[in-house]
Design a protein around this ligand. Structure first.
Ligand SMILES: [Fe+2]
Length: 469
């Protein structure tokens, strides 16, 4: 009798053990135990030093630069003059040259409800030499200069470091911590990839566009000295027909010009650039992307154009994540995933960065493209041709952190944590890149999460997929 009881208990233990193992297999990776305060950070007041208007009549402010062409030989310099249009000319020169060149830009203004913008200037400087340091200025009396490092010539083994100040930055005390943390990171980014939701001015009554101006002055300390690559998020839509504002993206597209025509796009909301060893495609989560739409038609021809022998690293930026295991914004990216994921896998996109969810998450390489409505194959599976999805919507805006997570952690989720921070994507050569995520509470060099990425095209273990590419 006792023997029978012991045997039954042993079988029961085996069953429980098996079930625990099964649960372990089904569950995903790491949910960080790091517990940060979840106080919602207030916006910095208008008289904060980071918003200070520069002294002097009509002094240029809100200076920011971005890539100005498809190849990386041009830069767009943008700035605002508050009192009158002033000069459209940018003078620029290299460190080792006394010869100054000049480029002329355009100036525009816009109205939004009861707000009228300052004079917004956009000037494209073309034909930059590769790997060169340029100084630029507008008007000698202001002694304000930008500093531009032109990128190296595109090539497969060119090392290059991209920063990711998370999208969803806003202008709170936490936003300021994130930007400072990024600036003081010893692994400095050379160019910043920004994944949407900039100023959060639409959270104010009547979308108070003065908060676009404060945001422009806040980011100038970084964006005037290294290119920020722009992606539009939902807080850029600014669609408010109740106050007569029915043209989506009006403030964003007036203030932030991008080189979309250079990649044959018809909209500044989706475009592509090459930079060093990376090919970067920017998509719009809030523009039509279904079949036959302008964005779909453009994207359909974009991926086959990427020459991975020249730019091995294929990066996609969008605002709404396709794989997200937080409760907040859960499955909002699902329709875009259904449309575009088969292409991401077919063309072996290396990594997709998104924001929107105010937290951090890194996925395993998974795909979910086998489902055909009747076959029941609707679970993500491990897929080495699939991208790594990194959600980095943790800039620090006034809406606070997304702390609620789906439970248990799904198998596609490798690491997740509800903290503000920034990322560094460090391309070493054609086969290896390193990604590190830094939370704001740690020392500047500390990484809370990191991963090596092996290139989808050049990874030696993927010889067969190279051949079939
Ligand atoms: Fe968002």
């Amino acid at each position: 009798m006792v023997v029978r009881w012991v045997c039954a208990s042993f079988v029961l233990l085996l069953l429980v053990g098996f079930m625990l193992n099964a649960a372990e297999f089904v569950n995903g990776g790491i949910t960080s135990s790091y517990a940060r305060k979840n106080d919602i950070s207030a916006d910095m007041p208008l008289d904060s030093d980071v918003f200070q208007v520069p002294p002097g009549y009509n002094a240029p402010q809100q200076v920011h630069i971005t890539q100005g062409d498809h190849e990386g030989k041009a830069v767009i310099v943008s700035w605002v003059t508050p009192d009158e249009p002033g000069s459209n000319t940018v003078l620029y020169w290299t460190d080792n040259s006394k010869q100054k060149s000049s480029a002329n830009g355009i100036v525009l203004t816009y109205k939004y409800f009861n707000y009228t913008s300052g004079y917004i200037h956009h000037c494209t400087i073309e034909n930059l030499e590769v790997s060169q340091s340029y100084n630029g200025c507008w008007n000698w009396e202001y002694h304000k200069t930008i500093l531009v490092y032109s990128p190296p010539r595109a090539g497969p083994d060119v090392p290059y470091t991209f920063g990711l100040i998370a999208g969803d930055l806003g202008q709170t005390y936490d936003s300021n911590r994130t930007l400072t943390h990024y600036e003081l990171n010893p692994t400095k980014g050379q160019t910043l990839l920004f994944v949407g939701d900039l100023s959060y001015s639409d959270d104010y009554p009547f979308h108070d566009n003065n908060r676009w101006d404060t945001w422009g002055r806040f980011i100038e300390r970084s964006a005037a000295y290294q290119p920020w690559i722009w992606t539009a998020g939902n807080h850029e839509i600014d669609f408010a027909p109740d106050i007569g504002e029915a043209k989506p993206f009006k403030p964003y597209t007036s203030r932030f010009h991008v080189p979309y025509r250079a990649s044959e796009s018809t909209s500044p909301l989706w475009y592509s650039i090459k930079r060093a060893s990376a090919y970067i495609i920017v998509l719009s989560s809030y523009s039509a992307y279904g079949k036959y739409t302008p964005q779909y038609k453009w994207f359909e021809y974009e991926l086959p154009k990427v020459n991975r022998t020249e730019t091995p690293w294929l990066i996609v930026l969008m605002h709404s994540p396709l794989y997200n295991s937080y409760v907040h914004h859960y499955m909002e990216g699902e329709t875009m995933r259904v449309m575009y994921e088969p292409w991401f896998v077919e063309y072996k996109v290396d990594v997709i960065f998104a924001g929107h969810v105010h937290a951090y998450e890194r996925s395993e390489r998974v795909s979910n493209i086998a489902y055909n409505i009747t076959n029941g194959l609707c679970d993500p599976i491990s897929d080495q041709s699939a991208p790594v999805y990194i959600t980095i919507g943790d800039g620090g805006n006034q809406e606070g952190l997304a702390t609620n997570m789906t439970d248990p952690q799904p198998s596609y989720s490798a690491y997740r944590e509800a903290s503000f921070g920034h990322g560094i994507f460090d391309i070493k050569n054609r086969t290896h890149a390193y990604f590190g995520w830094h939370r704001n509470q740690d020392g500047y060099a500390v990484e809370a999460d990191s991963a090596w990425l092996y290139n989808r095209y050049w990874d030696p273990s993927e010889e067969s997929s190279i051949a079939s590419f």
